[in-house]
Design a protein around this ligand. Structure first.
Ligand SMILES: Nc1ncnc2c1ncn2[C@@H]1O[C@H](COP(=O)(O)OP(=O)(O)OP(=O)(O)O)[C@@H](O)[C@H]1O
Length: 574
């Protein structure tokens, strides 16, 4: 994994992950559009009311007409109020639905992401997930209906022209100005939004790394260094966000000034027309109200465009992630019942961005039920080999076969049900110990959990812990000792009796007695199952019949356990 941020521009305009949930909510958006259209019509009616009052009611002192008109207007105001509420409600519903569906797809994508294709640190990825909120805010924003208001600008201008004649020229002259301000600032706004998002992701990255490793940060005294990184990230982000906000306020301010100019201009020019009896007082008042209404949607669109910039940038980043290849074959994935024969056929592997190959020209065959130990110096490729068997990484050359089938053809979830793994970091998940062992797997019930907990040694210390299996662990299993975490990790790997087991340093944090007890119980458990053991600890080698020695990603020696141990102790190999 490299730490480069995930800022790749994917040009596709509307990707299925976004357009499909939007289309599914089109009924709701149609309701929103209808409500917005009605609200626009009501606005026209209220300005015509002003005109009627000034031109008909006031000169004729027609109080009864005023009462009737007021009642009519009251009804319209109530409807307008209800429709405005409904508009917000419907937009919120659609926004929440889209947020849920897109969030769900994005999470599934992250879980299925091919590790060799992963770009960006943990913090960058979590920051990207946060960008979902930018998308949600856009789709759940009531200002979204400003687009529906645009056609009504023409209707409003038409009514102004009918009532006030040349007065229509004032708002008409302002509209291109507002549009121009939006168009001119938009490209720079796009750039600044992208920069601000990138800087935000760097900030998130420093934060996640620090909080996730707080104990190490404190113990190693890395605080000042991370503090410096944080300050730098804060500084950069606040600069780019400031620029973004300033620029986005230009178009909004131009729209608001244009509104004021058009309104005042209408009054000034209107008074001249009034003197020449070319319009009535009522028409002048109605035109001044309508003038504001014709420009208001543009001001909203200016706001919307600035949000659209941020939304577009967020969309592109999320889309780039969505287009990253997932695990598993492109066609139908296989879910065979596994016997446990493992073959590595001339494989080579280089981690993304690494200069050296971690594995090279490596071929070996492990028979079903065979127990094999992998030894080798630090960095010789043992854990990488385990990752290959689990299909976590694909070999750059060659193939890994289980029962003669390339692991790339397997359904990834099925493969990991067939291969029980206890990896070197023994990370547990937030939740109860029970959840950590069972992982909501249908075939792992309470009896099976207790059986594997007994074998792994978990059951012994569970009795001494308050809440036992219901003990809730913090992130990564905080709240337990290293050895206890290892024990639970072993129980998790054994649960469901997978035909293949891969154990990477399973007892490195255990005391000699606990380890000896574990070996005794595992001996029976692994009978008839393929067992791959990576270890630096000699006692564990009692569990294997064959030892393979790795050196710089290649096989340096391979043979029966006792013969290999003799050669190793005599220092003839290595
Ligand atoms: N995620 C990674 N990204 C890049 N390079 C890696 C990664 N993991 C391991 N490597 C490199 O691959 C090589 C093999 O690492 P691997 O973890 O397989 O060694 P190992 O034999 O298991 O070592 P150890 O006994 O210390 O666990 C090392 O040179 C290491 O630097």
């Amino acid at each position: 994994m490299t730490d480069q941020p995930l800022l790749v521009a994917a040009k596709e305009r509307f990707a299925p992950w976004l357009i499909e949930p939007m289309l599914r909510n089109r009924q709701t958006y149609i309701k929103v559009a209808m409500a917005a259209a009605m609200i626009n019509l009501f606005a026209l009616v209220s300005s015509l009311f002003t005109m009627t009052v000034y031109d008909r009611v006031v000169p004729n002192d027609a109080s009864s007409s005023l009462v009737g008109l007021s009642i009519g207007l009251g009804i319209i105001i109530i409807f307008d109020f209800i429709l405005r509420l409904l508009r917000v409600y419907f937009v919120d519903i659609a926004g929440a639905n889209i947020d849920y569906e897109v969030g769900d797809r994005l999470f599934a994508k992250i879980v299925a992401l091919r590790l060799d294709q992963r770009r960006g640190s943990t913090g960058t990825l979590t920051g990207l997930m946060r960008e979902l909120e930018t998308l949600r805010d856009f789709f759940a924003s009531a200002t979204l209906t400003a687009f529906i208001d645009v056609p009504f600008i023409l209707v409003t201008l038409g009514v102004i022209a009918m009532l006030g004649g040349v007065l229509v020229l004032l708002p008409l002259a302002m509209i291109p100005l507002v549009i121009l301000a939006g168009l001119l600032t938009n490209p720079a706004l796009d750039r600044l939004s992208a920069r601000s998002l990138g800087d935000g992701l760097v900030k998130q990255s420093v934060l996640v790394e620090t909080i996730g490793n707080l104990e190490t940060v404190k113990a190693s005294g890395a605080g000042p260094m991370l503090n410096e990184r944080w300050r730098e990230a804060l500084n950069r982000h606040s600069h780019s966000s400031l620029g973004q906000r300033l620029l986005s306020s230009i178009a909004v301010t131009v729209a608001s000034s244009a509104n004021t100019i058009a309104y005042c201009g209408t009054i000034i020019v209107g008074v001249g027309l009034l003197r020449n009896h070319m319009i009535t007082t009522g028409a002048l008042l109605a035109c001044s109200v309508l003038c504001g209404r014709s420009i208001a949607p543009l001001a909203q669109i200016a706001t919307l465009l600035s949000r659209l910039s941020a939304t577009r940038v967020a969309y592109r980043q999320i889309n780039a992630l969505m287009q990253t290849p997932s695990e598993g074959p492109a066609g139908d994935a296989l879910k065979p019942v596994v016997q446990g024969r493992i073959e590595l056929r001339n494989i080579a592997f280089r981690y993304p961005g690494a200069s050296e190959k971690a594995l090279d020209q490596l071929s070996l065959t492990i028979a079903p039920g065979e127990h094999v130990g992998f030894l080798g110096r630090v960095g010789s490729g043992k854990s990488t080999l385990a990752r290959m068997v689990l299909g976590l990484y694909e070999p750059t050359e060659g193939a890994v076969l289980i029962d003669g089938i390339d692991v790339r053809q397997f359904d990834p979830a099925h493969l990991r049900h067939q291969v029980g793994a206890s990896m070197q970091d023994h990370a547990l998940l937030a939740g109860s110990v029970r959840e950590n062992i069972c992982l909501q797997r249908a075939h792992v019930d309470v009896d099976e959990m207790l059986r594997v907990a007994e074998i792994s040694g978990t059951h012994r210390f569970m009795g001494q812990i308050t809440n036992g299996y219901d003990l809730r662990l913090a992130d990564r299993g905080d709240g337990l000792s290293g050895g206890q975490r290892q024990s639970i990790s072993i129980a998790r790997a054994l649960a469901g009796r997978p035909p293949v087991l891969v154990f990477d340093e399973p007892s490195s944090a255990m005391d000699a007695q606990t380890e000896a007890d574990l070996i005794g119980r595992l001996q029976e458990e692994i009978q008839g199952r393929t067992f791959l053991l990576i270890t630096h600890r000699t006692p564990l080698l009692r569990l294997v019949d064959r030892i393979i020695l790795l050196e710089q990603g290649r096989i340096a020696a391979d043979g029966p356990r006792d013969a290999m141990l003799q050669r190793l102790t005599r220092g003839k190999v290595a």
